[in-house]
Structure formats: structure tokens, C-alpha cells
Design a protein around this ligand. Structure first.
Ligand code: 6R9
Length: 648
């Protein structure tokens, strides 16, 4: 691991909102007296009824309850739009850059208000009310932002499903939260290729019980020919002609839900992570301002998809709550050329750029020239999120993309945390490539050993957070018991993140990756159990075990061990068929990279699959298998090693 240190420059210490002394002072205050600290910072958003209570949180053994600002009322859309109209109605809120470089749009705060009100009225005409769930399955077009904010305006709970998910995955997410309304587009457009979104919605609804979905609102993106079911489906542009651009904001309690976002865990089907209104918005806005050192007039670009939490907090809610100009990009980094990111930076004069290590690593492979031929002079700060960034990629990002001028904020957080928890603040904290560095205000990281004992000083173990912060998820939608089980039962009294972590002698945190059965593929979370159940659903598969292995570009790849039904023979054709099958069942992000056909899987005598062994073999590290004495059939391991798929 690199131990190089990049100190904060004098210029940054002076220009940034927070310098070292202020960070230390504010951090201490936030830990010593969270009540006063957040009582003060909660005021950064508008409240219809101001709160008098700030923090009411319990990490108990059998009970976990998390409430922030619980007697205040507000509305997220009001904070992201209406309150800016007087001072910045004509300022650009969203810059939209299309897949095709000839297409872009600038939407002012006033135009955003009109669009969102119309959207809200269209939804209201379809009986969407406060508390109802609405599933949004859209590409990266401004309508995704309008639809989300329209839900927030009405007090409806949006559940955005990433456009890369299959009809099956979409169906599970529609059913899981019981949404009767689905918003989609005819087709998406990415890298010049069309994505059949409406057809996927139709296929998803066909899998649900009759009448599960009442309304499908369809945005015309490509104008492609799609089936429209009379009475159920409507084109947005037609419905919008019937409504006005005026719709009041619903008054929401701070703890009323804002959105659900499904995410993978180590067991079972994806969980509906539920975030509420007040605390989430305060936290997203505050981290956006301080972590990215956002200043009035900055052009800010986060390359995530709105289908992930990064898109929710750092394309939409955080930046808009701060009255920022946020760029939304429909395309991919390599289309029409591998310089696309930097072309867009130059075209829109982007100052703050936030992306994922997997993108950096894949661009790194094409060398410096496609970057260096662009100017990038407007860039001031770079950010990274989604997975650990290896020091080599960090250095490349710093030197080649940022011309050694821009600090890098390596931001560690999760769908569950709502916002960034561990990160450098660019004017305050010296960076070490590969380390997310130090906690944000109000965040108390602790590292525990396998028994739950808190470790002190420099150490390595499992990362927990000792106390609540306003952006924390409140529950798993419809299953509070699962929330407690998943996050609070492993180490009672603490929120367990599922990540391994090292703390160095300077108190810096280094995330080492998941310690549970979650694989992080190109920054996307996949539960091994989900991929396994997709595989065993194939008629020729008897058993499957899935593990992650190190992958140069994706961070981790998916390695599947498959045993076949009696009478079935392994073949290249079957291998391809299984990959296609998993893509169809879950979506392209779940495609196994390597499949090994195995006559048997290594199991204990009680029938538990020994994943530790499978991981080692997948890593091509079979010399160090450790204790294999509990194996029921030691011979299966020899076969697995013999036929391993990842040879160095
Ligand atoms: C925001 C987001 C969460 C998991 C998390 C961790 C990994 C995210 C990271 C990072 C190291 C970083 N992760 N950021 N690991 N350094 N800067 O990605 O949410 O999709 O829920 O994933 O991603 O393993 O537990 P989500």
C-alpha cells in the first residue's frame, strides 16, 4: 500500500469552506454534542414548521429506532426548487448532456419548477398520493429528475430501478414496494445503443398478478415504436397537455419517507433501503457543500446513474438543495470516443468531477493521449466513489486527469448511509492515495475484531459506526426486523457496514472491501446469493456457488462454480448459455466473468459450502487453502484446482 502523502496546498486551505483547524473543531463539537451541532446545521434547509427536537436514536439489541428533527415539517422538492426561485430562478439547475454529443439542454430553476409541477399533476391525476410508492425506470434524461422531484412534491415515495436491470429484477422491485404506478421511457440510449425500457416494463408487469400496476407513464426518448396498453399506459407529453404548471408542495414530516432504493446484501433478495425526508436532505446537502467544496457558480458533475444512491444524493438532492448547477450525462465514457468525459468537461467548463474507480481504470488502459489532448483547465476538484481506489489509479487520476492541480476526495459511503461518511475535506485533510482518510462531521467509525471487541490505534478489522447521523437509512421497507438483523445484530449496539477496514497510525481509514457475501463489480453491489439463485433456476444446473475475485478493471469479477444435473455435459455452448441466462434473469451487471463446471462443491460434513476455499481457488491462491480437515470429500478440491479458470 502506498503511504505517500499529498498535503493540503496553501491555496486550498485558504479557499475552502473548511480548513484543518475548523475541521478539528467542528468534528469534536459534532461528537461531543450532536444535539447542538445538528440542531444548528439542520437549519440549512427550509422548514415549514421548525423542529424543536433534534436527535432521537436508539441502537438497541431488540429495538432500533432512528429519528432526526422529528417534529419538523418540510418538503424536499421545495428545498431543491421553490426556495431558489426568488434568487436564482434564471440560473441553470441541470445541464443535460445527451448520449450523442450534439444533444444537450440547460434547464433553469424556473423551468425545473414548471416541469416538476406538471409531472406532479400528471401523477396526481393518476391517483398518486402521499405515501404511495412510484417505480421509476428511466434512462439518464432530465425527466428522471423531474419524476423523482414530482414524487417528493406530492409526498409519494419513489423507488428508482436502474435501467440495466432485467424485467425479472424490475418485477421484484415493483412488487416488493407495491407500486401501482411505473414511470419509464420508450427506449433508452447508451453508447449509441438502444435499451428496450418499455418492453421490459411490459414483461415485468406480465409477471405480476393481474391489476398490480394501474398506470404506466411513458416518456418519448427515441420515438421508437412500443406497445401501449389502452387505459393503463399514457405518453407523458400527451398527459402533460391536460395539466397546469402549478402544484403546491405537500407538507411532510421530517421522518416521512422520501425514497426506497433496492440494494443487494449477503442473503436473500435485494432489500428496500428506506430514507426519510429531513435528515437525509440536511446530510446530502451539507456533505455536497463541504466534501466537494462547492461554491456559488460552480459547475458540478457526478457521472453516476440516478438508479444508484450516488445519483440520488449527489446528482439530485444534495446539489439542488444547495442551488447548484448539476450536470446529468446520458452516455458512457467511451462513446463516441474515449475522450468523452474530458470533452464534456471542456464543453461545459466543469469545475468538480466525481466518478468511480472502475471508470478511471478502464480509461487508464487507453493511455494519456485521449486525456491530454483536452484542456480540463476548468477542473478544480476530483472525486471517487463506489469501491476502493487502488493507489496506481489514484496517481493516474491525480497526475493525468487533474494535472497535479486538483485534490482527490475518495469518498466512502453506502446506499444505507445516505451520504458520504469517510472522506478527505479538500482544504483540511492531507490525502493518501487509496485511503478514504477521516470521518465527516458526526460520524464515529469504530473497528472491531471478529468477536466485536473494539480495537484501538492502528489496527485492522470490521468497520462499524458507533452512533447515528441524520442521513442514515431508517428501515428496510416493510421489514424492520430484517433491518435490525442485517445491520445491528452482528455487533450489538453498533451499525455494521459489511466492510473490512484498516486504521493507520495517523488515524486514517483504509477500506479493504466487503467482508460479507457481497461482490463489488465496477462499483455495483451484487449479492452472491442472487447470482446463485439465478444460476440454479436454469434447468441444467444442480448447484452453484459464486465468489468474487480480483479483476483489473472491474475491481472484482464474478466467479461461478456450477455443478450440473445428472446426464448433463459441460461445454462451451452451455457456458455461454449460462452467462446469457444470468443476464436475462438479473441484468448485464450480474454476468459471470468466469464459470467453472465442477463435479462437486467443497462442503463441510454438515453440508455448508466452504466459500473460503472457493475464494482462494478463484484468486489462483490455492497454495494457501488453510484448514481443509472439516471437508466431507477432500478430493473435490483437487478437481477444482485442476480445472480452475483464473490462471496467472
Ligand atoms: C455509494 C455506494 C457500498 C459499498 C461499500 C464499500 C464500497 C463505496 C467506497 C467503497 C472503498 C470507497 N465503497 N465507496 N469502498 N472506498 N470510497 O457506492 O453505495 O452501491 O451501496 O456500495 O461500496 O464496500 O460498502 P453502494
Amino acid at each position: 500500500m502506498s503511504e505517500k502523502v499529498y498535503p493540503v496546498s496553501k491555496e486550498w486551505a485558504e479557499r475552502a469552506h473548511i480548513d484543518k483547524a475548523l475541521y478539528e473543531k467542528m468534528y469534536q463539537a459534532s461528537i461531543d454534542d450532536p444535539e447542538s451541532f445538528w440542531g444548528e446545521h439542520g437549519k440549512r434547509i427550509d422548514w415549514f414548521t421548525p423542529y424543536t427536537k433534534v436527535k432521537n436514536t436508539l441502537y438497541g439489541k431488540d429495538e432500533v429506532s432512528i429519528r432526526w428533527f422529528e417534529d419538523g415539517t418540510t418538503n424536499a422538492a421545495h428545498n431543491c426548487i421553490d426556495r431558489h426561485l426568488e434568487t436564482r430562478g434564471d440560473q441553470v439547475a441541470i445541464i443535460w448532456e445527451g448520449d450523442d454529443p450534439s444533444e444537450s439542454q440547460k434547464i433553469t430553476y424556473r423551468e425545473l419548477h414548471d416541469h416538476v409541477c406538471r409531472w406532479a399533476n400528471v401523477l396526481r391525476n393518476r391517483n398518486v398520493e402521499k405515501g404511495d410508492r412510484v417505480t421509476i425506470y428511466l434512462p439518464m434524461i432530465p425527466e428522471a429528475a423531474y419524476a423523482m422531484l414530482a414524487c417528493a412534491r406530492l409526498g409519494a415515495i419513489h423507488s428508482v430501478v436502474f435501467g440495466g436491470f432485467s424485467p425479472d429484477s424490475l418485477a421484484g422491485r415493483i412488487e416488493g414496494c407495491g407500486s401501482k404506478t411505473v414511470i419509464t421511457a420508450d427506449e433508452g440510449l447508451r453508447g449509441g445503443r438502444k435499451v428496450p425500457l418499455k418492453a421490459n416494463v411490459d414483461a415485468a408487469i406480465a409477471r405480476l398478478p393481474e391489476g398490480a400496476v394501474d398506470h404506466v407513464v411513458v416518456v418519448k426518448r427515441t420515438g421508437g415504436d412500443v406497445a401501449m396498453e389502452p387505459g393503463r399506459d399514457v405518453y407523458y407529453n400527451e398527459a402533460a397537455e391536460m395539466v397546469t404548471a402549478d402544484c403546491p408542495c405537500e407538507e411532510m414530516n421530517a421522518e416521512d419517507p422520501l425514497f426506497i432504493l433496492y440494494t443487494s446484501g449477503s442473503t436473500g433478495s435485494p432489500k428496500g433501503v428506506l430514507h426519510s425526508t429531513g435528515g437525509y436532505l440536511v446530510y446530502a446537502a451539507m456533505t455536497h457543500q463541504y466534501v466537494f467544496d462547492y461554491h456559488e457558480g460552480d459547475i458540478y458533475w457526478c457521472t453516476a446513474d440516478v438508479g444508484w444512491v450516488t445519483g440520488h444524493s449527489y446528482i439530485l438532492y444534495g446539489p439542488l438543495a444547495n442551488g447548484a448547477t448539476t450536470l446529468m450525462f446520458e452516455g458512457v465514457p467511451t462513446y463516441p470516443s474515449i475522450s468523452r468525459f474530458w470533452d464534456v468537461v471542456d464543453k461545459h467548463q466543469v469545475n468538480i468531477f466525481y466518478t468511480a474507480p472502475t471508470a478511471i481504470r478502464s480509461l487508464m488502459g487507453a493511455g494519456e493521449e485521449p486525456v491530454k489532448k483536452t484542456s480540463r483547465k476548468s477542473l478544480r476538484l476530483l472525486g471517487s466513489v463506489g469501491e476502493p481506489i487502488n493507489p496506481e489509479a489514484w496517481e493516474w487520476y491525480y497526475k493525468v486527469v487533474g494535472d497535479e492541480r486538483c485534490p482527490i476526495v475518495d469518498t466512502w459511503w453506502q446506499t444505507e448511509t445516505g451520504g458520504i461518511l469517510i472522506t478527505p475535506l479538500p482544504g483540511a485533510i492531507a490525502q493518501k492515495p487509496g485511503s478514504a482518510t477521516l470521518p465527516f462531521f458526526g460520524v464515529k467509525p469504530v473497528i472491531v475484531d471478529a468477536e466485536g471487541k473494539e480495537l484501538a490505534g492502528a489496527c485492522e478489522g470490521n468497520l462499524c459506526i458507533a452512533d447515528s447521523w441524520p442521513g442514515q437509512m431508517r428501515t428496510v421497507f416493510g421489514d424492520h426486523e430484517r433491518f435490525i438483523q442485517t445491520y445491528f445484530s452482528t455487533y450489538p449496539g453498533k451499525y455494521f457496514t459489511g466492510d473490512g477496514c484498516r486504521r493507520d497510525a495517523d488515524g486514517y481509514y483504509w477500506i479493504t472491501g466487503r467482508v460479507d457475501d457481497v461482490i463489488n463489480v465496477s462499483g455495483h453491489r451484487m449479492g452472491t446469493a442472487e447470482v446463485e439463485s439465478a444460476l440454479v433456476a436454469h434447468p441444467k444446473v444442480s448447484e452453484a456457488a459464486v465468489v468474487g475475485y480480483p479483476h483489473d478493471i472491474k475491481g472484482q469479477g464474478i466467479y461461478a462454480y456450477v455443478t450440473l444435473m445428472a446426464g448433463e455435459e459441460p461445454s462451451e455452448a452451455l457456458r455461454k448459455e449460462l452467462v446469457t441466462w444470468v443476464r436475462k434473469e438479473i441484468g448485464p451487471i450480474a454476468s459471470p466473468d468466469l464459470i467453472q463446471f465442477a463435479p462437486g462443491l467443497p462442503k463441510t460434513r454438515s453440508g455448508k459450502i466452504m466459500r473460503r476455499i472457493l475464494r482462494k481457488i478463484a484468486e489462483d491462491e490455492f497454495g494457501a487453502l488453510g484448514d481443509t480437515s472439516t471437508l466431507a470429500e477432500p478430493a473435490v478440491v483437487d478437481d477444482l484446482i485442476e480445472n480452475r479458470q483464473n490462471r496467472h
